[in-house]
Design a protein around this ligand. Structure first.
Ligand code: S3P
Length: 729
């Protein structure tokens, strides 16, 4: 991109730019300019190989340079412009890395009267605890933000080139105007630095300072990390941007004053709400950050191997959601053990915190919920973001339709495209007022204070989410709400409601509820999720020489379709040590390898194994003969179209898998069933894990893209799968 780059002021930032430009091959020659006083630093930069040459004479330094980058503290930039002025080259591009932009623009105007067109103001948002050229690293800007703040006169060509340069060294580039930049940075960077400096200053001056630093917990270390930044640089930044910083300090003082008053007045609920709001806001920020900045995760699976060992997979997702919902509405304190610490269940947990429920944990699967009673939820201040979780959105839509306040439910791209009419239509018949997007998708705007009345509803599809949604709404409706299901679906809502002493009447295919009940806190022991265990039930069945025991798995008969189907295919699964824990049947499952055979999957088993079909298709690919699935159109509206995405992926791996409207036909092979290749999970956790399991019978490596959503249900998947013998990186 450039022949010669000249760095003016080569420290951590200037040195890292030089190293990154060299690593990416963006220029032939890099030199540094500095004052006589910093000769040692310049020599160090050269001896470390950061720059090729250095100068203390600016004329020599910038001679023939086509890119000049000013990385001095912002306080001396005006002086640097004055030194550069006699040698200013219209053909070169000038840029800087100052943290305040108003002061840099003012400096340019003071020296040149107008900001030169070939000067592009820029600010990389990257730093490190260490400063100085010795800390320079070529990866410093990788995946970090870089803000350019062009002014009216800035040349578009120069701007484009500087943007391209930063992108090449890994930055995510945004454009802002100067004032906006300084206001945003004052709040997000300058104020936090002042806080860190002042807290360490305050505590460090105490007599017992040795004690404080000795026992400083990680909170102190985390919070004050930025107080290790370079004082000269921060002095300059704070002075340069004080116009924006001073009002923020005043606001912060008011905020601290409020907290002081809450403590003085023992206003614990208000304090809790303040902390909860802050926690939520931070989570939203992290979610946005993840969406914008996260790299996608790719799984690489080496072919072959067997699975052996004994493990306990994480807690059941359906029960984890419901434990938070019902625990929150209960009177008293609910203790949950075995809670699934994964994104979907945490989305529900966060939503209830945002509605004023105090929830501790999860720590080692333990969660304590301080129930607020059936009518104790508070209006959330922000939309409730439910990530990828369909269960959260559908169940909450029913529960919130019965509240006195308004609420908004949002989710990620996948959740925002899933059908919600299946819940909003029957809820509307009950009298609920819910606005959806055109096509019946989220965000859902739920209007409170609607007078709900019970209905007698026969579901057009077998869905536990729809059933649960209506039962939860029925707790707030006049009269009886009855839901009839066309085929049995998971009944955790009904069981858990009973566990919380709320009457639900069940008769055959009907479940009925009314508003004459209260929920009493109960302790919940969530068993391992059979839907997570399913990957290893299939893995150990198809991989030769395997023997796996899965401990403490929930075997509620509305969930064991996977065991029934695999057994019909000839799998060797033993159910050991059956027991009942908190109203739910639990057992250990032992599975050893066997030659599976293709079958026609009985349709009545479909709802009982609804989440396990992606991995069952893998089992079918390794079975002898043909496997045919029908009556499973619901799979097309899960986290992705699981019929199409699995058929596409299996075909890439050389399997004859033909999708049909409501299922799939797979021609299994006994040897060399699955080839290698690159497949896409479309952000669906269960697809990602299923193709990983396929590796056990593959003849070449399998690469699976977009696996980050494995964290929605089973963050420990990779660790447990590799512990059992899968070669997954
Ligand atoms: C669930 C019900 C099922 C299932 C989902 C969890 C639940 O969805 O696929 O993963 O917890 O109620 P449907 O009700 O849409 O079948």
């Amino acid at each position: 991109m450039f022949n010669k780059i000249c760095i003016i002021g080569v420290g951590l930032i200037g040195g890292s730019i030089a190293r990154a430009a060299r690593a990416q091959g963006l220029c032939d020659h890099i030199v540094a300019f500095g004052r006589q006083k910093s000769l040692k630093n310049l020599q160090l930069a050269k001896s470390l190989g950061v720059v090729d040459e250095y100068y203390v004479d600016i004329e020599l330094a910038v001679k023939d340079a086509d890119c000049i980058i000013i990385t001095t503290p912002v306080g001396v930039i005006e002086h640097v412009f004055r030194q550069l002025k006699p040698f200013w080259n219209e053909q070169a591009i000038y840029t800087d890395a100052g943290s305040t932009k108003g002061s840099v623009i003012a400096a340019a105007q003071a020296v040149f009267s107008e900001v030169p067109a070939n000067f592009v103001p820029a600010h990389p948002i990257a730093g490190a605890e260490k400063s100085g050229v010795e800390a320079a690293q070529d990866e410093l800007f990788n995946n970090k933000r870089l803000i350019v703040t062009p002014v009216k006169l800035t040349s578009p060509q120069a701007l484009d080139k500087i943007i391209a340069f930063w992108k090449r060294i890994g930055s995510q580039v945004s454009t802002m105007d100067v004032e906006h930049h300084d206001a945003v940075l004052a709040a997000t960077s300058h104020l936090p630095h002042i806080l860190a400096f002042s807290l360490v200053d305050l505590l460090g001056k105490r007599d017992e300072q040795v004690e404080i630093f000795k026992y400083a917990a990680s909170g102190f270390k985390d919070f004050t990390r930025i107080a290790s930044s370079d004082p000269t640089m921060w002095l300059d930044i704070c002075m340069a941007n004080k116009k924006e910083i001073i009002p923020l300090i005043q606001q912060l003082q008011t905020e601290l004053g409020k907290i002081e008053q809450m403590l003085v007045g023992n206003e614990s609920q208000q304090l809790f709400e303040t902390f909860t709001y802050a926690k939520q806001a931070r989570q939203r920020f992290l979610n946005q950050f993840d969406n914008h900045m996260s790299q996608s995760i790719t799984f690489n699976v080496q072919p072959g191997g067997s699975m052996r060992g004994e493990i306990r997979v994480p807690g059941d997702k359906s029960m984890s959601h419901r434990s938070i919902m019902l625990g929150s509405l209960a009177e008293g304190v609910t203790h949950v053990t075995g809670f699934l610490n994964a994104e979907d269940a945490l989305a529900t947990l966060q939503a209830f915190r945002a509605m004023g429920v105090e929830i501790e944990g999860p720590v080692n699967g333990e969660v304590t919920i301080h129930g607020v009673g059936k009518h104790g939820l508070k209006e959330p201040k922000e939309p409730l973001y439910l990530g990828n979780s369909g269960t959260s959105m559908r169940l909450l839509s029913g529960l919130l339709a019965g509240q006195t306040f308004n609420s908004v439910l949002t989710g990620d791209e996948s959740l925002s495209s899933r059908p919600m009419k299946r819940v909003t239509n029957p809820l509307a018949t009950m009298g609920a007022k819910i606005k959806t997007q055109e096509g019946g998708t989220a965000p859902l705007h739920i209007i409170g204070n609607s007078h709900l009345k019970g209905i007698d509803y026969t579901m057009p599809m077998a869905s536990a989410q729809v059933k649960s949604c209506l039962l939860l709404a029925g707790m707030y409706a006049d009269g009886e709400t009855t839901v009839t299901e066309p085929a049995p679906t998971r009944d955790h809502t009904e069981r858990m409601l009973n566990g919380f002493s709320y009457p639900v009447n069940r008769e055959g295919d009907k479940a009925s509820i009314n508003s004459n009940g209260t929920l009493q806190a109960a302790d919940i022991d969530v068993p391992s999720d059979i839907s997570s265990a399913a990957f290893f039930l299939v893995g150990a069945s198809i991989a030769p020489d395997s023997d796996v025991t899965l401990k403490h798995v929930g075997i509620n008969p509305t969930r064991t379709g996977i065991i029934d189907i695999l057994r019909l295919m000839g799998a060797n699964i033993e159910i050991i040590n059956e027991r009942t824990v908190g109203g739910e049947p639990v057992a250990d499952l032992r599975v050893v390898s066997s030659q599976l055979k293709g079958i026609d999957i009985p349709e009545e088993l479909v709802p009982l194994a609804i989440d396990e079909f992606p991995v069952l298709f893998v089992a079918a690919a390794c079975a002898e003969g043909q496997t045919r699935l029908t009556g499973a159109a619901e799979l097309r509206v899960k986290e992705c179209d699981r019929i199409q995405v699995m058929a596409d992926g299996l075909q890439i791996l050389g399997v004859d898998a033909q999708s049909t409207e409501d299922g799939m036909v797979v021609q299994g092979k006994t040897s060399d069933s699955i080839g290698g290749g690159e497949v896409f999970s479309h952000g669906d956790h269960r697809i990602a894990m299923s193709f990983s399991i396929a590796g056990l019978r593959a003849t070449a490596p399998i690469t699976i893209h977009d696996c980050e959503n494995v964290n929605t249900s089973f963050p420990e998947f990779r660790d447990l799968a590799t512990q059992l013998g899968l070669q997954l990186t």
